[in-house]
Design a protein around this ligand. Structure first.
Ligand SMILES: Cc1cc2nc3c(=O)[nH]c(=O)nc-3n(C[C@H](O)[C@H](O)[C@H](O)COP(=O)(O)O)c2cc1C
Length: 199
């Protein structure tokens, strides 16, 4: 793949088109998450409804506030999960481990041997707040919808954390950088001596 020209010295006269936007913003490395929620669909239960898990690959995830505990995700308006989050009023963010590239591709609708229509065959359990929690998550948060902010072609969902956990097992996150998956090199690193938290 050839880089779009003049990323490093882009001038203000150039249009901010999709290629330039991706080339620049893609240089910010992130983790990879699967945002999950649940849809009530017609089914063979007593109430005639079945709870169907649904998920989408998301890297626009960030922590926002400790008190109250808030996180943010940005979901494209065209995504099939977009209206479902608003209806469910709740979502979970599953932080993927480094073995989960196939799941990430599948939940992104990319070519994959896994069945997207069957929740990508992803092993999961129903968390404490009836949200689908993936076995492949090395950590997760479950959020009630705190605020919905329309932002261009995306919607920002601000979530208030109602449950969160990190797996006990030693696992490493999947990373995403310039359209590619990366793994952390498993070298021993020194503890970071940054400014300590006030709390
Ligand atoms: C690594 C990665 C990160 C992504 N991050 C986001 C994101 O933050 N927000 C978003 O709306 N789509 C994101 N996408 C794209 C969606 O996952 C993809 O368009 C979506 O799953 C398509 O689902 P649909 O066909 O059900 O609408 C990402 C895709 C990948 C591969």
């Amino acid at each position: 793949m050839v880089d779009p020209p003049a990323v490093a010295d882009a001038s203000e006269t150039q249009p901010i088109d999709a290629a330039r936007f991706r080339a620049v913003l893609g240089r910010y490395p992130t983790g990879v998450t699967i945002v999950t929620t649940v849809a009530d669909v017609p089914g063979r239960t007593s109430g005639g409804q079945r709870r169907q898990p649904i998920g989408t690959t998301v890297n626009s995830f960030t922590s926002v506030s400790l008190d109250p505990p808030l996180v943010l995700i940005a979901i494209g308006r065209e995504r099939s999960i977009h209206p479902v989050i608003a209806t469910a009023d709740r979502f979970a963010v599953n932080i993927l481990d480094e073995e989960s590239t196939l799941l990430s591709d599948c939940f992104a609708g990319a070519p994959s041997p896994l069945p997207r229509e069957a929740f990508c065959d992803a092993p999961y359990s129903w968390g404490s707040h009836e949200m689908p929690i993936l076995d492949a998550a090395l950590a997760y948060v479950v959020c009630d919808l705190e605020r919905v902010i329309e932002a261009g072609d995306h919607t920002l969902y601000l979530g208030r954390i109602v449950d969160l956990a990190a797996r006990e097992r030693e696992s490493w996150p999947l990373l995403y950088f310039r359209g590619r998956y990366l793994r952390i090199e498993h070298a021993e690193t020194e503890e970071l001596l940054g400014k300590p938290d006030a709390t």
